[in-house]
Design a protein around this ligand. Structure first.
Ligand code: NAD
Length: 436
């Protein structure tokens, strides 16, 4: 490992950072601009900087399948392993029309930093297929899943690369991946994916884990701000796995959910929404559209509502330089990956908004995925209380560590989280040395 602390690389890093900063909206550049900032503050050796910014492996595959009408269609799939120095790569698979190599690279790197922030023995990866599952039958989704799995099978395995659900994939898709992998291996390998159905080696508590983690770190942030959980007002963007669970658990903890939204738009009620009722509506009608126990708001309006806590839990790049100044929330808990651009970070910092960064805020999901992987490998399963207690312990401890880092270095929680993560991954590289 070239560990020379030559200052020569520093101007290059700054130049890169400025260029990235100009590219608002590109997820890889958004991730790298934070990485550069944290790496510069850590005075990371130039050689190690170059190692950590480059993904270890980038796979692009064709996924040909027969459609139900007999026509052959060829989809494109990706799997990126960003860094595996701390353990097997861990990262979800998304099926979406917006999937691109740049996006998958950014999400894979975010997984490396996320696993390191909560100190799990995993590296980071991500995968995706460019497709629109809403226009496909279950049989077609199954064919895409199985063909994509077989195309990337060399990278997969409990010791090497472990997928999980992400946007538009779920436990059904994980079950197909597990089955396809096991058929190739000639024996059942439950630990190859997490987020599986409970009956086939999934973990109790996994489904709620990301939303539960959001609740825990929001309570930590409220305490730091000397605000009470009970009665704190919350707006949640996204009413899927993360957003709806966060809304439900926050409401059960005594918070007042004043707005929720999904793809179809949002609903606002200053007196607080009945989340159980909203969930019933969505279970029945699929989307919040038409829900009448509140005023309709657009997704853009929801972000700038007056509230104590804003939970963006849908998409990337929704808080940008264009709307950051209008945000009225005192705390932002990033349930989604990459909802805030680097440019918006600066504006929010100046306004004094307390941002719990994605790599900490939504790490509850991968934490219980780690529990699932550990349970599968030991063949011994825990009760839900044990899972939730251990999740709570890891999330509060990680929050305190990130907060400590941000205070020590006088930086935002986001840069504090990146510094903690990069420091941990860099320490592993220094100990292991460079095999060349
Ligand atoms: P999901 O597919 O279950 O839900 C997504 C929600 O966002 C849906 O309610 C959908 O209607 C809504 N949405 C889609 N487009 C929208 C738009 N244009 N405006 C507003 N809302 C829109 O996905 P999820 O698993 O809840 O993931 C949401 C985010 O959280 C993603 O960024 C994902 O990477 C991240 N995340 C998920 C997990 C997990 O365990 N599921 C863990 C960590 C991070």
């Amino acid at each position: 490992m070239a560990t020379s602390k030559s200052r020569k690389a520093q101007p290059l890093m700054k130049q890169d950072r400025d260029r990235r900063f100009a590219l608002e909206g590109n997820p890889f550049e958004a991730m790298m601009s934070r990485f550069d900032d944290a790496a510069t503050r850590l005075n990371l050796e130039p050689g190690l900087y170059r190692v950590l910014r480059a993904p270890e492996k980038q796979i692009i595959v064709s996924v040909p399948i027969p459609r139900d009408n007999g026509e052959i269609e060829v989809f494109t799939g990706f799997r990126v392993l960003h860094n595996t120095s701390r353990g097997p790569a861990k990262g979800g698979i998304r099926f979406d029309m917006n999937v691109s190599l740049d996006e998958v690279k950014a999400l894979a790197a975010w997984m490396t930093w996320k696993c390191a922030v909560v100190n799990l023995p995993f590296g980071g990866s991500k995968g995706g297929v460019i497709c629109d599952p809403s226009t496909m039958s279950d049989r077609e989704i199954e064919r895409v899943t199985r063909r994509y799995t077989s195309a990337i099978i060399e990278t997969l395995g409990p010791e090497s690369d472990v997928p999980a659900p992400d946007v538009n994939t779920n436990e059904r898709v994980m079950a197909w991946i597990m089955d396809t992998y096991s058929m190739h291996k000639r024996h059942t390998v439950t630990g190859v994916v997490t987020g599986k159905p409970i009956a086939m080696g999934g973990s109790l508590g996994r489904k709620d884990a990301t939303g539960r983690g959001c609740l825990v770190v929001t309570q930590c942030a409220l305490a730091k701000r000397k605000m009470k959980t009970r009665g704190a007002t919350v707006a949640v963007q996204g009413f899927g796995n993360v957003g709806s669970t966060a809304a439900r658990l926050m409401s059960e903890a005594g918070m007042k959910i004043v707005a929720v939204s999904d793809k179809s738009g949002g609903v606002f009620n200053a007196r607080g929404l009945d989340i159980a009722d909203c969930l019933k509506w969505v279970a029945d009608k699929k989307f919040l559209d038409g829900y009448h126990k509140g005023e309709r708001v657009s997704n853009a309006e929801l972000l700038t509502l007056k509230c104590d806590v804003l939970v963006p839990a849908a998409l990337e790049n929704v808080i940008t330089s264009k709307n950051a100044d209008d945000i009225q929330a005192k705390i932002i808990c990033e349930g989604a990956n990459g909802p805030t651009t680097a440019q918006a970070d600066v504006i929010l910092d100046n306004k004094g908004v307390y941002v719990i960064p994605d790599i900490l805020a939504n790490a509850g999901g991968v934490t219980v995925s780690y529990f699932e992987w550990a349970q599968d490998r030991s063949g011994y399963f825990w009760d839900e209380e044990t899972v939730n207690d251990r999740l709570h312990k890891i999330m509060t401890h990680s929050f305190d560590e990130v907060h400590g880092m941000s205070v020590k270095h006088k930086v935002s929680m986001r840069i504090g989280a990146y510094m903690l993560a990069i420091d941990r991954v860099a320490a592993m590289h220094r100990m292991r040395g460079l095999y060349a």
